[in-house]
Ligand binder design. Structure first.
Ligand SMILES: Cc1cc2nc3c(=O)[nH]c(=O)nc-3n(C[C@H](O)[C@H](O)[C@H](O)COP(=O)(O)OP(=O)(O)OC[C@H]3O[C@@H](n4cnc5c(N)ncnc54)[C@H](O)[C@@H]3O)c2cc1C
Length: 318
């Protein structure tokens, strides 16, 4: 759809970061439009797991953004069509590890005795967390945007200069695309692969803290389960790797044997928009007020609402 009038804000990008940011700005009463090279269902965000699992907790901003996001996702979970559900599960590590404070403070947090952990793990704890079926959730956000009258145009932006005068404020939510658009050579892809299988009856999540490229997680979403995962920095191949997929199923089946013969529905591959730290700041480019909101790596969902709040405040429009 071609965009009609000049809005307060033009959000560039329609992944989870662009859509949540646009919802937050529209809720605040601003007129918002979205311009994106790819629609929501074709973004990296659509191929995420996805769990609210805060990490990189040495960055104070990240602690705050994840907490804001958890509170917002808990409210969204009240709508069963949103793709967000609150699910209890087990988080483990193969080495001695203290649970992070943001998890320890949750209402139903409890340490898991060592003799109840799957083989190979020495630390573990249980808590309830939002789990997100990303394709459904992106549809939920899109429906909310339609409700606010936000229009979306599908087209690539080659430079910010071409957007001069399009809106009072531009917001850059282009994820990995920021590498070329900004350009920002601190942005790089981290390839991830997941396997989606029929759910043999799993109702709790499982995820481990791995210190290597191959992690193990099991995220149930009703009729299907997302099995993970992998994280290969610097790789930008979107071709599924069948050997890695078989290894994912094997690792998850060692934890939950009912998965061994579950029918495989799909192998998903996505490129996380990695950066040493998330970039959220106000900038002036070719005469445009530009707010950057990119570089969320493997935590785009987990940080989305906290970052959207930050953009609203940086916009200085309310
Ligand atoms: C396998 C896997 C599992 C993951 N699991 C989790 C998880 O459990 N929890 C979690 O929090 N995160 C997870 N992530 C990370 C998460 O998916 C990302 O952090 C998140 O999707 C980033 O969102 P984004 O909106 O910034 O980028 P994207 O989803 O990539 O969206 C970018 C948007 O910008 C547009 N764009 C780019 N360049 C341009 C341009 N030049 N002009 C116009 N538009 C442009 C694109 O078309 C797209 O619409 C996972 C990722 C992978 C790959």
């Amino acid at each position: 759809m071609a965009i009609s009038r000049r809005p307060d804000v033009l959000v560039i990008g329609a992944g989870v970061i662009g859509l949540s940011t646009a919802v937050r700005l529209a809720e605040a009463g601003l007129s918002v439009q979205i311009l994106a090279a790819r629609p929501p269902r074709e973004t990296t965000s659509a191929s995420a797991g996805a769990s609210w699992g805060p990490y990189e907790l040495t960055d104070e901003r990240v602690v705050h953004w994840s907490e804001q996001t958890r509170l917002t996702l808990e409210k969204i979970a009240e709508d069963p069509s949103s793709g967000v559900r609150l699910v209890r599960g087990l988080e483990v590590a193969p080495f001695p590890l203290e649970p992070p404070a943001c998890v320890r403070n949750l209402n139903d947090f409890e340490l898991c005795p060592a003799d109840q952990l799957p083989p190979g793990y020495v630390s573990g704890w249980r808590y309830t967390s939002p789990l997100v079926d990303m394709p459904r959730y992106l549809e939920h956000l899109t429906r909310r945007l339609v409700g606010y009258g936000v229009e979306m145009e599908i087209a690539a932006v080659n430079s910010f200069k071409e957007l001069t005068g399009r809106a009072a404020v531009l917001v850059n939510c282009t994820g990995l695309g920021a590498r070329h658009l900004v350009p920002d050579d601190q942005v790089y892809p981290t390839r991830g692969q997941l396997v989606v299988v029929d759910n043999p009856g799993i109702e709790t999540f499982f995820q481990d803290w791995a210190e290597h490229e191959d992690m193990t997680y099991i995220l149930p979403h009703g009729s299907h389960v997302v099995l993970g995962g992998s994280a290969t920095p610097g790789s930008d191949s979107l071709t599924p790797d069948p050997v890695r997929a078989a290894a994912i199923v094997e690792r998850c089946s060692a934890v939950e044997p009912s998965l061994r013969h579950a029918r495989i529905r799909q192998i998903l591959v996505g490129l996380r928009p990695s950066r040493p730290s998330v970039r959220i700041e106000r900038d002036l480019v070719d005469g445009n007020v530009l707010i950057h909101n990119y570089g969320h790596g493997g935590s785009g969902l987990a940080l989305s609402w906290g970052c959207a709040d930050e953009v609203l405040s940086l916009s200085e429009l309310t």
